[in-house]
Structures are given as structure tokens and as C-alpha cells.
Design a protein around this ligand. Sequence first.
Ligand SMILES: O=C(O)CCc1cccc(O)c1
Length: 561
Amino acid sequence: MTAIRNVPVLVVGAGPVGVSIANLLGQYGVPTLVIDRSPAVLDFPRAVGLDDEALRTFQAAGLADEMLRDMIQNVPMRMYTARKQCFAEILPSTQEFGWFRRNLFSQPLGEETLRKGLARYPHVALQLGCELVALAQDDQGVDATLRHTDGREERVRCEYLVASDGGRSTVREGLLKLPFEGTTHPHKWVVIECDQDPLDAPYTALHCEPRRPYVCLRLPYGLRRWEFMLFPGEDGEQMLQPEKVHELLRNHVSQPERLNVIRARVYTHNSRVAQSFVNGRVCLAGDAAHITPPWIGQGLNAGMRDAFNLAWKLAWIVKGRMRPELLDSYHEERHAHAQAMIDLADLFGSVLSQRNRFVAWMRDRFFLSIRHLPKVRDYVLQMKFKPMPRFSKGIVLNSGNATQDELVGRMFIQPRVETSSGETRRLDDVIGSRLALLSWRCDPLADAPPELLNQLQRLDCVRLVAVRARSGSEEVARCRSHVKDVEQIQDVENQLHFWFQGRAVDWVLLRPDRFVAAAGSAGSAVDQMAMFCQTVLPSLGTRSVHEAPAALAQGAEALSV
Ligand SMILES: O=C(O)CCc1cccc(O)c1
């Protein structure tokens, strides 16, 4: 009988979300196996947009610079009337989370980079040409049956299984039969990508042309993409024939026959969300959990939010740092936001792809008449319509003080800070993959009982005290705690100064995904931290074997392929 492979986390589906989760788990030291039935990265047009939150996730995985190499940053999106007048432009100037908000990439290249990133971890393995054919869960774990391309079957026992196997997820649909609620939109779209971009249009353009709505985007490395709406009676496959493609492009480029079309595909817009993102020990992520029309470029970004939210929770649970039932917080924190993004994309779609000429004309008149109002312009330009994640339930601690609780459950800013060794770094790079208690010009745990400090150590919590840049030695000495685990940082951009001053709190507790878990005044820190530890930590004695470095080495051995 063949041996059963044991691994804490099995990721099914090696698209960008699954591989990002595996990179994060690699960073957190959790042995992970990623499988995918396809032998290579899929080479057809898919997601194009990556936002600042996604880049922050790549940063946590140590891959932001590598991913940026193949991206165009800070790309505007414009909307045009039927008469080709621009009636709205989106180009946010903020970099509050440390990165530009609108960036375009080419998915096949990005996926290669993410896959290469896995090679950094001896305890993470990627197995291609391998599909999941059965799974059974019990109280302790999941038994998965894998089938390799040569027909060989293998059993893997894992503690948790992540299904990131796409919109037609085998795990969600075929094996667990979980509802995927929402709608499939009636119109199909043809997507065409060519190289040697024939246009000088360095932005995404949504052409709200009732005769045939279309989208035109510039992608990295001189690629140009068009997406055209198809009408009833137009057969998708026929529309991919070269003469039909040329016909679609004829009004937009002078000699479509001379274009080198490198990818073309028909696709349908879907707005669907799985009823639950957590089913026992199986978690759905990315398109397996939610699919959206592309209008606001948020499909993959929603998946990246899943990745960041889920990876640290899985790591904490398998390391025995967090009570397993808190895995449900993944659903509580992600489901409503995924739905809100889809609702916004649907709203964009219904307004922008309007085919009734009179309604389209009214729409154009309306937007053209308000576009110069400063508040409207700012709202659109700065993308203020984008619903930002805000958790009221989940792994967040509300204190009952409305002002403080307003800060909890939101992503924290990411300024650059100077470390005590004089280096200027992005805040997250100083924190690393740890939980962080970040305080402003004080050490709120200076007199904390040793028991609390031990609990925080179990949670691998770093304590950072921020001071004003170039503070006098008195201030520095006042904030330098006698406790050795406190690091001091200087607020060289004054961003922390403005953040803390405007909010009347002295500290924030930042989760590994950079969301604020708790916030408060110096006097309340001991009690609130104690409450957080009590909520999260399992009782002693339940620590998993995967905490020990020796166990990681065993995991690596078991995983080598
Ligand atoms: O965010 C962007 O620049 C692209 C968003 C978008 C809009 C419509 C279709 C599509 O594939 C992407």
C-alpha cells in the first residue's frame, strides 16, 4: 500500500490566489502542497488590474518588487460617451497603503513570478498535472484523493484544504455541492489581445457606445486589449474567426489585418458568491468563492483580499496560536465585502453598457453636466466609491468606545519609517509577518504583567513605539522601554503623527494582514490586550507540532516532489 502524504495545508488550484496563499504560508513557515490539474500557466486573457491592497499582499509575501517589474503603475481609467467625449476619469493620487491604487499587469507573467516565489520555501511544493478527485472531512482533518496525469492516484491527509480552483471549482461544485448564488449576465463578450500596441492611449477606456459597448486597455510590454459586447444571434466561436475579429476592430485601428492577435476568447460576465466561504476544514478563495464582471477591475483583487485574510489565520491555527473555530472569521470578514464589490461592478456595468440609445444619451448628458463639480470630480478621480473593507465581526476587538471602534476592522496606513539602525523602510517590512502593537510616543505595556507579555510572545507580537522624526533625546529616552522586545521607529513622513493626532488613540494592534484588530488609549492597553489574547489563544497544551523547526523539516521532506 502506498504511504499517505501528510501536510498541514493543501491548496487546490495554482492560479494567482492559490499561489499567493502558498507564498504567504511559505513565509509564515507552514508546510503546504499546491496542486493544479493544468501542466502550465493558462495562456488566455484574464485579470488585468491589481490594486494597492493586492500589492501590500505581495509585499507580505516578499514579492512586490518582482510583481511590479511586469506592471504598469498608476494607470487612469476613463469613460467615454458614444461621441467619444470623456465624461469621467479615475486616477487616485493616494498611496496611503504604500502603493499606487490602479496598476495593470499581464496575468500569465504575474503567475510565473508567483510560482517562482514558491521555490524560496523548502516546505512548499507545487505539483502540476495533478487533480483532486475526492475529499472526506472529519474532526481532525481532510482526506484528499489526488490523480496524476499518468492515472496514478495518491492520498493526502491535510489539516485544512483551500479551494482556489476557479469559478467552476471542482471542490465547491462537484465535491461539496455548495450553492453559488447570483446571476449569469445574458451578453457574451469577445476579448482580443494583440502585441505591438497600435494606439497611443495609455489608459483604460470604457466606451459606453450603445451600438456596441467596448473596452480598450493598454497592458504591459506593448500589449493592447479590446473587449466587445456580443448581441443575441452572434455566435461566440464564429466571432473569434479572423475576419470577424478584423470587423470588430475596423472602427478602432486603421489596418486590423496587420495586427498580431496573440490571444482571443469569448467570456460571459457572472455575478456570483458562494453561500459560505468556510465549510468545515475547507475554505473557498478567489473565483471559487466569488466571481464578478470586470467593470471596476476588482475580480482578482477580491481574491487577493481572501489570500491575505486567510493565510495568516490558517498559519496561526496550525501553529497552535489561534483557536480553530476562529476560522469562521474568514467568512465573516470576507463574504459581505466580496458581495459589495460585485454589486458595485454590476452597477457600473448596467450604467456603462446601456444599449438603449435614448437612455445612453440621457446618461451622457447627466455625467457631462456634473463632471466639473469639484466634489463629484474628486469622488470619481480618487475612487471614493470603492467600498473599503471594514470588519465589525471577526478577529477584531471592539471596546465600546465609538471613536476607537470606528478605527477597528480597517486596513492601517503604510508610511515609510526609519528604524533604529537608520534605515528608511516601509512600515510592513519592519513588522514582517508578525502581529504588531504600534504605539505613538509611549509604551503602553511598560507596566504590563509578565503573564500578558508571555501571551503576546506566544502570538509572536512585536511592539513598535513610534516617535516624531529627529526627536530630542529626552523624548527618545522616554519612549525607550526597559523591555527588550520593544523597537523604536521614527515617523519620517509625519503620517503616523497625523493619523494618531486626528484619532485620539495611543496605540493600534495590527494583525499580520495589516488590519486594525484593536485600538485605544495608553491606560486601556493592558486590559484590551489581555482580552485579545483570551479571545484568540487556545488553552495551553494544544500547540501543534508544526511550530517546531524540526517538524517543518519533516514537512519539507514529505513534500518534496
Ligand atoms: O481597472 C482597469 O483599468 C480595467 C478594468 C476593466 C474594465 C472592463 C473590462 C476589463 O477587462 C477590465
